[in-house]
Design a protein around this ligand. Structure first.
Ligand SMILES: NC(=O)c1ccc[n+]([C@@H]2O[C@H](COP(=O)([O-])OP(=O)(O)OC[C@H]3O[C@@H](n4cnc5c(N)ncnc54)[C@H](OP(=O)(O)O)[C@@H]3O)[C@@H](O)[C@H]2O)c1
Length: 285
């Protein structure tokens, strides 16, 4: 199988490279904006043709929530216009979306059938990308995920480890809950999706298992770090409310996704979030 990875230098893209190393029976082509700008229809069509791509896994996105709020047009270009470019190719498409398509005001895990109601520009542009993809390519796979981190790129785990070393105490919100997701586990799920015997298009939800707040997440990051590293973090973690934190863009209070569909369709089991976090931190140390 010829598998084209876009946005291959991002958090998820870098983890897809690791999956490619484990599965050399396939031909993996890794591209980021330098090699393939996915907003460029002619360039994408040429690449898909040249490498005879069977599947495109789109890991590229405009992911800065605050900047998207200030410049929705630019976010739309990558999160929707470029997704439309991919939808017009012959290859099958796996595209990644987000919990931000929901309002975040729920209190039971969001199912794929729940009605989206994005509250931010980022969420709106991601939802628009989903719609355009399914319009042109109804058999595409869309995987919504949340709270993504990895040993690569900038993310919450890395920020907290840095702050934990710099500060004596830090306030972290406890009234927003969701599930941290190790990008390597998502990459493994994507591999199951693209190698299933009969392609199963549709919208799916994937995060690690379990639920926590950002406050709990931070405490666990420090606890694991302290058990794995010789260096110790002694910063005190204090629970605060979202209203006490100067967010530029409001964040969803409830981001938990129901993963029953992806588990039953592809026969995958998903690691619990603390176990996944432990694996990632061990990679970082
Ligand atoms: N991060 C999260 O917490 C989170 C949560 C839920 C869902 N998601 C979704 O998960 C997916 C992966 O996220 P991620 O955190 O891995 O993203 P990321 O680290 O921001 O990676 C995105 C990559 O796409 C590249 N890119 C930018 N413009 C491009 C273009 N025109 N053509 C091709 N590549 C381009 C970026 O390059 P530059 O860095 O040079 O711009 C970057 O390497 C995204 O769809 C995102 O919406 C993420």
């Amino acid at each position: 199988m010829n598998i084209l990875i876009t946005g291959a230098n991002g958090q998820l893209g870098r983890e897809m490279r690791l999956i490619g190393e484990e599965h050399k029976e396939h031909n993996w082509i890794y591209t980021d904006v330098e090699e393939l700008d996915i907003t460029d229809f002619a360039a994408v069509s040429r690449m898909v043709e040249d490498i005879k791509a069977d599947v495109i896994v789109n890991c590229a996105a405009y992911t800065n929530v605050d900047k998207a709020e200030e410049d929705e047009q630019t976010a739309l270009k990558l999160n929707a216009d470029a997704v439309e470019v991919l939808s017009r190719q012959k290859a099958k498409v796996v595209h990644i979306s987000t919990d931000y398509v929901f309002s975040g005001s729920g209190c039971v895990p969001y199912k794929e059938t729940d009605t989206p109601a994005p509250m931010t520009a980022y969420g709106r542009t991601k939802l628009e990308g989903e719609k355009r993809l399914l319009q042109n390519k109804p058999d595409a796979v869309i995987i919504r995920t949340a709270w993504l981190y990895s040993e690569y790129g900038n993310n919450f785990v890395k920020t907290m480890l840095r702050l934990g070393k710099e500060k004596q105490s830090l306030g972290v919100v406890y009234d927003q809950v969701g599930t941290p997701t190790y990008a390597l586990d998502l990459a493994r799920a994507i591999y199951s999706v693209i190698t299933v015997e009969n392609w199963q298009g549709g919208v799916y939800h994937f995060t690690n298992e379990g639920v926590c707040s950002w406050f709990d997440f931070t405490r666990e990051i420090f606890r694991i770090y302290n058990t794995r590293s010789v260096e110790k973090i002694n910063a005190e973690v204090k629970p605060i409310l979202s209203s006490e934190y100067a967010y530029k863009t409001p964040r969803p209070h409830y981001s938990v996704l129901d993963k029953a569909k992806i588990k039953s369709t592809f026969g995958i089991s998903i690691p619990y979030w603390t176990e996944a976090l432990d694996r990632c931190i061990r990679q970082m140390i």
